[in-house]
Design a protein around this ligand. Structure first.
Ligand code: GLA
Length: 379
């Protein structure tokens, strides 16, 4: 498959008969641990993957933004000075990023865009965030914003215009990813610490085959539940709560308690995981991933039985040298396994055995090393 940067540039050239001025590329991500902690001001440990979205851009004299999607062979044209109007599919994501510039009093000049990506959609690998960050960087022609600010623009596009109440993890890792490392992100202070993965560590991403839709899912309900418990505990966010305070809180219903317990315990696991990965402590990595998955299954209730079964098979196949868990928002999408490189064939076989047993055609089974984040190249 030709890479997205080359395809975005080619799409631009085909439509406009000249090279783009520049091309921004941002990757998708896989989260190793720290799920539903970002919007609770907590900790996450994602890494950027070797798939992403590229946006080729050049000026337009007519003041309009004209976009070509190479993947869909579709186009869109809108006026960046006019109020946001939703449009089908990928178009709303593009219009939303432009709308954030407008909302912040930063008028956008007319532009022509060519977009191409290879992050599977609906897989929980943050195709939207990779598009959003690449778009924000492409549209920021004067390079006024640093990587964190571009990530926050992309997040605001999702929150304020697309209508997804996501946290900041996906955009921050798309903007800041580092080759060979996961990033421990403090989602409150936005402090980022690179955690180099051991040389012999494989990151295996397996798509369950169950497609998830963030907007339709119970994501917003989970977020609201977390915020309600934080308010009841009198803290700014669940980041500031601990398990004894939760146990002592009067009048919280059992479901709310379980939701909060997931977030509080997941924050602790994420910090422990960063240390375990840095120390190549395979048994501890396996233990933490298993506990994270169990917490998502039993307390946060965002897994599905078929995904639990896939995780169990993969965890067993690590032979104690690694672990597995669902990754991303939940209700479908991907599972991530971390294992020593020599275990990859066993994990691959376990995934195939799973798909045979549930009667699904195997989808993405992808072994990757963490990739770099946002990159801007001349056209
Ligand atoms: C989605 C959201 C993120 C994060 C994860 C769950 O990917 O976009 O902000 O909340 O779910 O960890």
């Amino acid at each position: 498959m030709i890479d997205p940067v080359a395809r975005a540039a080619a799409a631009f050239r085909t439509v406009h008969g000249e090279a783009p001025a520049r091309i921004a590329h941002a990757p998708g991500r896989v989260n190793l641990i720290g799920e539903h902690t970002d919007y609770n001001d907590g900790f996450v440990l994602p890494c950027a993957i070797d798939r992403g979205t590229a946006v080729a851009i050049g000026p337009a004299a007519d003041g309009m933004i004209s976009v070509t999607s190479a993947d869909y062979d579709e186009t869109d044209v809108f006026d960046p000075a006019a109020p946001f109007q939703p449009a089908p599919g990928w178009r709303s994501h593009v219009r939303a990023v432009a709308a954030v510039f407008r909302a912040r009093g930063l008028p956008l000049a007319g532009a022509r865009l060519g977009i191409a990506g290879d992050v599977p959609q609906g897989a929980g690998l943050s195709s939207s965030a990779s598009l959003g960050v690449a778009l924000a960087a492409a549209l920021d022609g004067e390079q006024r914003f640093d990587a964190t600010e571009l990530a926050l623009i992309a997040q605001a596009a999702e929150n304020d215009f697309v209508g997804v109440a996501c946290g900041n993890m996906d955009q921050l890792i798309a903007a800041h990813g580092q080759a060979g490392a996961a990033l421990l992100i403090d989602c409150r202070t936005l402090a980022i610490k690179a955690v180099a993965l051991p040389e012999d560590m494989a990151v295996l991403i397996i798509h369950s085959g169950i497609t998830r839709g963030l907007v339709e899912s119970a994501y917003n309900a989970r977020r609201a539940a977390c915020e309600a418990v934080a308010a009841r505990l009198g803290v700014k966010a669940l980041r500031d709560a601990d398990l004894p305070a939760l146990a002592a809180a009067a009048g919280l219903d059992a479901v709310a308690c379980r939701r909060a317990r997931h977030v509080i315990s997941e924050n602790a696991r994420t910090l422990a995981m960063a240390a375990a990965v840095a120390a190549s402590d395979w048994p501890q990595i396996g233990t933490l991933m298993a506990a994270s998955h169990a917490s998502m299954r039993d307390d946060f209730e965002i897994t599905l039985p078929e995904i639990d079964a896939l995780v169990a098979r993969l965890a067993a196949a690590t032979g104690g040298i690694g672990g597995a868990r669902m990754t991303g928002g939940g209700f479908g999408g991907c599972v991530v396994a971390l294992a020593r490189g020599d275990r990859v064939p066993a994990l691959h076989a376990a995934a195939l055995a799973h798909f045979a047993s549930v009667g699904r055609v195997p989808g993405l089974i992808h072994s990757c090393r963490p990739a770099a984040g946002l990159q801007i190249t001349p056209g």
